[in-house]
Design a protein around this ligand. Structure first.
Ligand SMILES: Cc1cc2nc3c(=O)[nH]c(=O)nc-3n(C[C@H](O)[C@H](O)[C@H](O)COP(=O)(O)OP(=O)(O)OC[C@H]3O[C@@H](n4cnc5c(N)ncnc54)[C@H](O)[C@@H]3O)c2cc1C
Length: 182
């Protein structure tokens, strides 16, 4: 049972603390915008965290193109990691991500906090409702803008946005690498 309720208002609310959510939250906060990030795991990083261990390897294709870089905030994170974590430990990378979020001005964060409901008015998201299990706290976050970085489009789905499941076939969006059949 939740014994405590926290209600707060932000300009930007980011749901999901994987690499997308972290980059979105840092970019927002660095513009002087009051931002919060909500992550349902005890650490940041999502698939790139020590829980899953899928390292960031998009541009260089896993080392195939050594000099190809993502650039931007992702590159900043990777350079910080290179400095303090030459052994490429995933647990140390968790700390690099935590420090990026924790020491960023204008950015609040909630770990172990799962968003499970959304309040929508006139097709606009007004508030998300979250639960933080360890502290038995219900956290209600209002925002001017909400960013869905759940990796699965969960915020959008809860808000009533159209969504699809699975992988579409090539002719749906004419994507080069999509399969011919669903
Ligand atoms: C084996 C493997 C290989 C991959 N290789 C590549 C690659 O080479 N290049 C590439 O670009 N991508 C690759 N991917 C995909 C990669 O996982 C995504 O690109 C990347 O994780 C996207 O990051 P994200 O932040 O959007 O999502 P995630 O990493 O999934 O982060 C989302 C976070 O949101 C949290 N969350 C979800 N729902 C809620 C909720 N309701 N409340 C609060 N928090 C919530 C989740 O716990 C998670 O931590 C690979 C994936 C796998 C599994």
């Amino acid at each position: 049972m939740e014994s405590t309720i926290i209600k707060k208002k932000y300009e930007v609310v980011v749901v999901g603390g994987g690499i997308s959510g972290i980059c979105a939250a840092l970019a927002s906060a660095r513009q002087g915008v009051k931002t919060v990030i909500v992550q349902n795991r005890p650490i940041f990083g999502g698939n790139a965290s020590s829980e899953v261990r899928m390292h960031i390897c998009g541009a260089c294709v896993g080392g195939k193109y050594e000099e190809a870089r993502e650039t931007g905030i992702v590159e900043e994170i990777l350079l910080d990691n290179r400095l303090i974590n030459p052994q490429d430990s995933f647990s140390v990378f968790d700390v690099v991500l935590w420090e990026k979020v924790k020491f960023q001005e204008n950015l609040d964060s909630y770990l172990n906090t799962h968003m499970y409901d959304v309040k929508v008015e006139n097709e606009t998201i007004k508030e998300i409702i979250c639960t933080q299990l360890g502290s038995e706290t219900s956290i209600h976050l209002q925002g001017d803008y909400f960013i869905d970085a759940t990796g699965d489009g969960t915020l959008g789905a809860y808000a009533g946005a159209e969504f699809m499941l699975g992988r579409e076939d090539k002719k749906t969006y004419n994507e080069q690498h999509a399969p011919k059949k669903k």
